[in-house]
Design a protein around this ligand. Structure first.
Ligand SMILES: [Zn+2]
Ligand SMILES: [Zn+2]
Length: 257
């Protein structure tokens, strides 16, 4: 089911602000990559320091304390969105900051960059989760984060999920929701914006999740700027954000407490 949505203006400064934060974190990585496991082991002290640096660089006011930054790092690992929304409500950015992202989204972005600092290792193909083909497969087999982007690669449009944290990508079935396994095409609504060829939003009516699809016909491997394209705001997403039946994809699956 394909539904066209009207074109909207795009925010041009977003790419640059995300690219800037990404660049600052990359410089500090110093090749010290920490291997991630499904348990999602993160050096919390280091992640907290990175989150503070990143939010300071973005101009967050008031600045996060070490304890607050560490709480966000832990919330990231636990898949707990609560603290991001809470701190998002109590902080702000200078009026000049025009990232196009809400405060809680920038906090989530900084937590994600902190995890990337430790886990990212360049685009690499991995084996899909060892579940049956009917099982949901949005969870990264390497680090346990959730894919919020699928890409179609090559001339036969092979479908892959991409991990925004460790850069792993894995083959998924041609049809179906990677989050709940829904396979009925009537329950998967594809939104395409006029003038924007090669990209779409997919909304699963069963689990209500929305994720992005990029068609990369000329590519056989993911391009370098995939992270930015995963996180930059898409104006067409605003339309869906306002609807109650739509759920964004969290950074990681919530850990059972
Ligand atoms: Zn991963
Ligand atoms: Zn679903």
């Amino acid at each position: 089911m394909t539904t066209p949505i009207p074109p909207t203006d795009t925010t041009t400064s977003t790419n640059s602000s995300i690219a800037r934060l990404l660049g600052e974190i990359a410089i500090d990585r110093q090749e010290s990559v920490v291997p991630a496991g499904l348990s999602g082991k993160l050096d919390l002290a280091r992640a907290a320091a990175t989150i503070r640096r990143c939010t300071q660089s973005a101009g967050l006011s008031p600045a996060l304390t070490i304890a607050e930054a560490e709480e966000l790092a832990r919330a990231f690992v636990d898949g707990d969105d609560g603290p991001f929304g809470r701190y998002g409500a109590g902080h702000s950015f200078p009026p000049t900051e025009e990232s196009g992202l809400e405060v809680d989204e920038v906090l989530a972005l900084c937590a994600l960059l902190a995890a990337r600092e430790q886990w990212a290792r360049g685009a690499h193909s991995v084996e899909p989760p060892t579940s049956g083909s009917d099982e949901p497969n949005a969870v990264c087999p390497e680090c346990g984060s959730l894919a919020r982007l699928e890409i179609l690669l090559g001339q036969y449009s092979e479908r892959y999920s991409v991990c925004p944290v460790c850069n792993a990508y894995w083959r998924i079935a041609r049809v179906g929701c990677p989050h709940c396994g829904e396979r009925d095409g009537h329950h998967l609504v594809v939104y395409t914006a006029e003038q924007r060829t090669g990209r779409a939003l997919v909304h699963c009516l069963s689990c209500r999740r929305v994720w992005r699809r990029l068609e990369l016909r000329g590519h056989t491997t993911p391009p370098d700027d995939l992270f930015i394209r995963t996180f930059e705001p898409w104006p067409e997403e605003l339309l869906l954000d306002q609807r109650d039946e739509v759920l964004p994809v969290p950074l990681r699956p919530a850990k059972a407490k």
